[in-house]
Design a protein around this ligand. Structure first.
Ligand code: HEM
Length: 413
């Protein structure tokens, strides 16, 4: 991904999260900013602020009155696209994709509706499916000398799991992946981005209509979209636009976030043999290792919009400015994490905020953790001797979600 706005020369006053150097190695940039200018600013794509300390990111995340979630996109949606969307479904613009694009009270009750679908108990039910997805993928990879860990493995897993939860056909997985990439990863291409969200909206509107018909004919459907439709009978607040918005969120939220985390974990293990060997020989450290990999390679940055002119820590934030919730940089803050640049798979104290902080904390965290665990365990059990193939380039995506999109792996005999 490249930016049309030119390379960054001044990270403190003109940062760009799509700059090539930021995509490849944001860690050094955050360290320098944290020392010299802990909240950077840019006027690229509107007035945006970028906090880099744990303290600032968590404080801002908790102050939802001043920092609203009604604009969470790191790369803003073009105004013309908003107008085009109005022709397709004007209501969805009003509600967005709650709970992630909402403030209380809408955020509170829409979040409460979906949380039971991602409880520990419910997630355990999805584990055998996740295991068989991973095993099938490995069956196709095994025996090959070169594999793309991102495309052939990581990218294929979360989309299949969430398709099952939404009750949509597995054949749609490539289409969903393309839509989500166009919407989040290639967000600078506004035409593709609009087309992708238009197609998602049209597709889900059709699915919702079909489900409604089947439910009215007495079919017993057990998927999250049907659940939301059935809830409409007893809760008049759940209008059709909310069912649509929540379905959009559920489709988008769990796909490239989780595949990025799986890809980054494979990249780390394929680049650090001693960690790979340790995890292979000591499977009991898997849970701790997953938390450390989430801390070190946190994939998600979200945005907030400033609701009123505010002086925050000496930064003159204006109403309408955006703040980029830099959870990944906060997770490398030396005031909170000992030796934050060292990836220590046995790290004991690790209060990372890869899943966010405050009221919007990730609704799918249990699911993401389970998918990561099954994906990594299966890979290293069945293909134990792999490494990143340094003769070929690794390609990182970033902006809203950071992770490897091309990850050449080689296997030792
Ligand atoms: C490693 C994978 C994942 C990471 C790192 C991640 C990260 C995050 C973060 C940082 C937020 C907070 C957003 C904010 O503060 O604005 C969030 C919210 C959310 N995530 Fe995840 N996520 C992951 C996987 C998933 C999965 C698998 C799902 C399942 C569908 C999911 C569903 C949600 C939902 C529904 C919210 C909104 C919660 C709310 O606004 O109350 N996420 N996620």
């Amino acid at each position: 991904m490249t930016t049309k706005l030119g390379p960054v020369k001044d990270w403190e006053n003109d940062f760009d999260v799509l700059d090539y150097s930021y995509l490849n190695n944001p860690f050094e940039i955050w360290d320098k900013l944290r020392d010299r200018c802990p909240i950077a600013h840019t006027d690229r794509r509107g007035s945006n602020w970028l906090p880099t300390t744990y303290d600032d990111v968590t404080k801002i995340a908790h102050d939802f009155m001043t920092f609203s979630s009604t604009q969470v996109l790191v790369i803003p949606f073009m105004e013309t696209a908003r107008q085009d969307m109005e022709n397709i479904n004007p209501e969805v613009l009003g509600y967005g994709a709650p709970p992630i694009t909402a403030d209380p009270p809408l955020q509170t009750w829409t979040r409460r509706l979906i949380l039971p679908w991602f409880s520990h108990k419910k997630v355990a039910e999805y584990e055998p499916l996740t295991q068989s997805i991973c095993d099938n993928l490995i069956d196709k990879i095994i025996g090959r000398q070169f594999v793309d860990g991102a495309v052939d493995y990581a990218q294929q897993i979360p989309v299949r799991v969430i398709s099952h939860i939404l009750g949509v056909p597995e054949e749609m997985t490539d289409t969903f992946t393309t839509w989500v990439r166009d919407f989040l990863e290639f967000a600078d291409n506004s035409e593709n981005r609009f087309n992708s969200i238009r197609d998602i909206v049209i597709y889900l509107m059709t699915v919702i209509d079909q489900r409604k018909k089947l439910i009215s004919q007495g079919e017993n459907l057990d998927d999250i979209i049907s659940f939301l439709i059935k809830e409409q009978k007893t809760n008049s607040e759940i209008n059709d636009a909310i069912v649509l918005g929540m379905s959009i969120l559920l489709l988008i939220a769990g796909i490239d976030t989780t595949w990025s985390a799986i890809g980054s974990a494979l990249w780390h293990l394929g680049s650090n043999r001693e960690d790979l060997v340790m995890l292979k020989n000591q499977p009991e450290i898997m849970d701790t290792a997953i938390e450390e990999l989430l801390r070190a390679y946190s994939p998600v940055t979200m945005a907030r919009v400033v609701t009123k002119d505010t002086d925050y820590n000496g930064c003159p934030m204006k109403q309408g400015d955006k703040v980029l919730m830099n959870f990944p940089a906060a997770n490398r803050d030396p005031l909170v994490f000992e030796n934050p640049q060292v990836v220590n798979l046995r790290r004991k104290i690790n209060r990372h905020i890869a899943f966010g902080s405050g009221i919007h904390r990730c609704g799918g965290a249990n699911l993401a953790r389970m998918e990561l665990k099954v994906a990594i365990r299966t890979f290293i059990d069945r293909l134990p001797d792999f490494k990143v193939d340094e003769s070929k380039p690794v390609m990182w995506a970033g902006g809203q979600v950071r992770g490897p999109r091309v990850l050449p792996l080689a296997f030792l005999d």
